[in-house]
Design a protein around this ligand. Structure first.
Ligand code: NAD
Length: 256
């Protein structure tokens, strides 16, 4: 009875930014549990690469190109996927970008706006546009990817714009969860620590890694699949009583 709650057979799960990294791993976890997957990415090549990787493992996966910062794009994707598949049970709002290295007082408007456009606005647009279909059906589970940066201020890198965008995701999650709780749609978030992905590999150097690991009680970064298993749990009926939560998967980082 308990294990059954983790099964996702017959469900349709959409993962934004699912072409690689954490998103791709989330897509794989949900696929392994039985869901039909739609991988969305801004880049067609990445979306197709993610789809092909999962198809090669025998899963049912489609790819779509959409930019989460464009409401015409998120709405069209949500409407088309709902029409094509007949249902949308899960949304993993994972698409995000990281920028760092600019002090708050030197932050150009474009930097602030571009980070918040993907990480914060994009999460709302996708929650709203996919959430509408879930509300209509009276069922659904949304998992937003926040960050431990929504709780703490990272060091040594300066990234006010990123940290603030992720704190906003956590509160957006709670706000939507309350609005939709009585209508069958759960909304939760996961707050990862540093994860080994293209995002972190782009900025990491030995000195930075040293600070990160010293600040982490477990003394290591995470792997994408360690976030995917939390996302799978929150998306499944095993988390039927959980909504509005932001689950820290942070190797203890925020305890210090
Ligand atoms: P990644 O850069 O490897 O993957 C992000 C994916 O999102 C890419 O495929 C990219 O093309 C896609 N994407 C970016 N902008 C998009 C847009 N406007 N529309 C659609 N797709 C878009 O990053 P990752 O490490 O896998 O991170 C995934 C999520 O996890 C992000 O929200 C990130 O902020 C969050 N996160 C990552 C870490 C980490 O250490 N890697 C830690 C905490 C939180």
């Amino acid at each position: 009875m308990f294990f059954e709650k983790f099964r996702m057979d017959g469900r349709v799960a959409v993962v934004t930014g699912g072409g690689r990294g954490i998103g791709l791993s989330c897509a794989e976890a949900l696929a392994e549990a039985g869901a039909t997957i739609v991988v969305i990415d801004r880049e067609a090549g990445l979306a197709e690469e993610g789809r092909d990787t999962l198809r090669a493992k025998g899963y049912t996966v489609e790819a779509r190109v959409a930019d989460v910062t464009k409401t015409e794009s998120t709405r069209a994707a949500a409407d088309e996927i709902a029409a094509t598949f007949g249902r949308i049970d899960v949304l993993v709002a994972n698409a995000g970008i990281a920028r760092s290295g600019t002090a708050a007082e030197d932050t150009p408007d474009e930097l602030w706006l571009s980070v918040n456009d993907v990480n914060y606005n994009g999460v709302f647009w996708t929650n709203r546009d996919f959430g509408r279909h879930m509300l209509k059906a009276g069922r659904g589970a949304i998992v937003n990817i926040g960050s431990m940066s929504g709780y703490i201020v990272n060091r040594p890198q300066l990234q006010t714009y990123y940290n603030a965008s992720k704190a906003a995701v956590h509160h957006l999650t709670a706000s939507l969860a309350v609005e939709w709780a009585s209508r069958g749609v759960r909304v939760n978030a996961v707050a990862p620590t540093y994860i080994d992905s293209a995002m972190t590999r782009a900025v990491i150097d030995e000195a930075t890694l040293d600070v990160w690991l010293r600040d982490t009680p477990m003394g290591r970064m995470g792997q994408p699949d360690e976030i995917a298993s939390v996302v799978h749990f929150l998306a499944s009926d095993a988390a039927s009583l959980i909504t509005g939560a932001t689950v820290k998967a942070d190797a203890g980082f925020t305890c210090w």
